[in-house]
Write a protein of this length. Structure first.
Length: 193
């Protein structure tokens, strides 16, 4: 990586930090504190992209010399957007909806510099769940794992056992389309190392 370019991840997500570090990118992490909220009628891809861009721009405006990475992940089943569950009942509802179905995970990323977006894109993966029993769902909710994850599950944790198939990037399902982000960073002069 060029020592002259500082990279900031505008996220508190431990999964995004792990993925970026595993890709060999040196970075600091700063939570954007941008409030998340879906606008009625906003298509899922547009929502994820708007949130990623807002997060990147918010941190970039405070650190104009750095390249800032923003990201946002949502789960879409049928036409419903599943964000982080509000409580155990909400997690149970989401997992019941995902059982025996294929859903789409959209993770959008954005790079900002000097408070302006220089590159952004939504990336989709398709995930199929096997049939879940009520006992499995209850046991999973009791672990606490679902509560900070879109769609109430984490592919990298115990929720990975619910998945029968992934089409597309597994990293994307975890919260960062690493390959695409690394390529975008390279276009901005940032290399792993």
């Amino acid at each position: 990586m060029s020592d002259s370019i500082k990279v900031i991840l505008a996220s508190a997500s431990p999964r995004r930090r792990q993925l970026l570090a595993a890709a060999g990118i040196r970075f600091d992490a700063i939570e954007s504190r941008v409030p998340e909220g879906h606008v009625a009628g906003e298509p899922p891809r547009d929502y994820a992209l708007r949130m990623a861009r807002d997060k990147a721009a918010a941190v970039s405006s405070r650190l104009p010399d750095a390249i800032v990475i923003g990201a946002d992940t949502i789960v879409v089943c049928e036409t419903q957007i599943l964000e982080k569950p509000s409580d155990a009942a909400d997690a149970r509802r989401m997992l019941a909806m995902l059982s025996s179905r294929t859903h789409t995970v959209v993770t959008a990323f954005a790079l900002a510099r000097g408070g302006k977006i220089v590159e952004s894109s939504p990336v989709e993966s398709r995930v199929t769940f096997r049939e879940l029993t009520q006992a499995e769902v209850d046991d999973y909710i009791a672990t606490g794992e679902p509560f900070d994850k879109a769609g109430a599950y984490g592919i990298q944790g115990n929720g990975g056992g619910f998945i029968s198939q992934v089409e597309g990037s597994r990293d994307n399902v975890m919260g960062l389309p690493t390959e695409r982000v690394i390529a975008a960073l390279a276009r901005q002069g940032v290399k792993p190392g």
